[in-house]
Design a protein around this ligand. Structure first.
Ligand code: NAD
Length: 317
């Protein structure tokens, strides 16, 4: 393996340290940030994510509340919970976990969020602001992918602005919560951007584009979709995928990404691992957004531009 392995856990620790100082400062000013999560039904990944976020919120000293709704909750009742959290002054940020039960419309819940507490930028106003390059909040997963890229480029002694300007950035996956905002973040950085999805694969176009990528971001949920033969030598590759796969021999479940790590690492300049790459940053970034939301709510001056994640997010800010 020749690639540099980008250590997401280290960057997550840096960010976390900065955030705990910010929480203490805000608490001293009487503006303790608060996070609310809304989880409906029994989805294992949703509950696992909720537990991780709760543990981090508690470690950082935020106010935390969890609304666990039964799988048979009505849309009206779910909307009432969103309204209640919107009116609660202890809650600065709200996270609605997916998947929701089929009778509850995701779009209806997102529209009901107070846009100033919508820390994943799923309300149409915040999604629009992000598209316009004036984001109030940058969704945590794509923000984390670009946080790792930005930090890696800076630490390897390059001018990120120049690198992005001269790069083909290829984003594979086009979901509302990951792929699409990642495309926006790449465009905001001035890159030449290509977006691929399942159709690109079906129609035989995918690997033509991945082979042309200087920077590759993969977020599909397809284990090992992109391997060494599909990338150019010297690519910087960010793997967002988190896929549980069971070992056919032992039956043990382990997590793998959307990249075939070993073969990509043989050709890449740098690559993020799974686990230990984008994942660790994502939870911290969500909390960071809840802290920014507390500042927004009180009109307190930010110690950093609120839209910083749109462009260069620095570890010590
Ligand atoms: P999604 O299912 O909502 O979207 C998947 C996207 O990938 C779609 O645009 C689809 O067209 C595309 N796609 C599917 N198969 C493809 C193929 N064969 N070729 C090309 N494109 C293909 O998924 P999502 O919510 O965007 O999540 C994607 C992955 O990222 C999943 O593995 C998920 O677990 C992971 N994820 C990680 C984090 C994190 O913190 N690291 C957060 C969210 C999601």
């Amino acid at each position: 393996m020749t690639a540099h392995v980008i250590d997401g856990a280290r960057y997550a620790r840096d960010l976390r340290g900065a955030l705990s100082r910010e929480v203490a400062e805000l608490a001293a000013q009487g503006s303790l940030p608060g996070l609310a999560t809304v989880v409906a039904g029994d989805s294992y990944p949703a509950h696992a994510y909720e537990r991780r976020v709760r543990s981090l919120a508690e470690k950082l000293g935020l106010y935390y509340v969890r609304e666990a709704l039964p799988a048979e909750v009505t849309e009206a009742d779910a909307l009432a919970v969103i309204g209640k959290l919107g009116a609660d002054p202890r809650v600065s940020g709200i996270l609605v976990l997916r998947p929701l039960p089929p009778q509850v419309s995701e779009a209806a819940l997102y529209r009901a969020l107070d846009p100033l507490k919508d820390i994943e930028a799923v309300h149409p106003v915040n999604a629009g602001l992000l598209e316009l390059g004036r984001a109030r909040f940058v969704p945590s997963t794509p923000a984390s992918a670009f946080h790792l890229l930005d930090r890696y480029l800076i630490e390897s002694g390059r001018d990120p602005e120049e690198v992005y300007a001269c790069s083909n950035v290829v984003v594979v996956g086009r979901s509302q919560n990951v792929g699409k905002p990642a495309i926006t973040l790449a465009m905001e950085r001035g890159a030449t951007v290509v977006s691929c999805d399942v159709n690109s694969h079906r129609c035989g176009l995918l690997y033509e584009h991945t082979r042309n990528a200087d920077i590759l971001v993969v977020a599909t949920g397809v284990p090992g979709l992109v391997s060494g033969e599909h990338v150019k030598r010297g690519v910087i590759a960010v793997d967002v995928g988190i896929n549980p796969v069971s070992d056919p021999d032992t039956g043990k479940v382990r997590l793998v990404g959307d990249l075939d790590f070993d073969s990509v690492a043989d050709r890449a300049e740098a690559v993020t691992p799974v686990p230990g790459g984008v994942g660790p940053i994502t939870d911290v970034w969500l909390l960071r957004n809840a802290i920014d939301a507390a500042r927004l709510a009180t009109g307190l001056a930010s110690t950093r531009p609120l839209t910083e994640g749109l462009w260069l997010a620095t570890a010590d800010s």
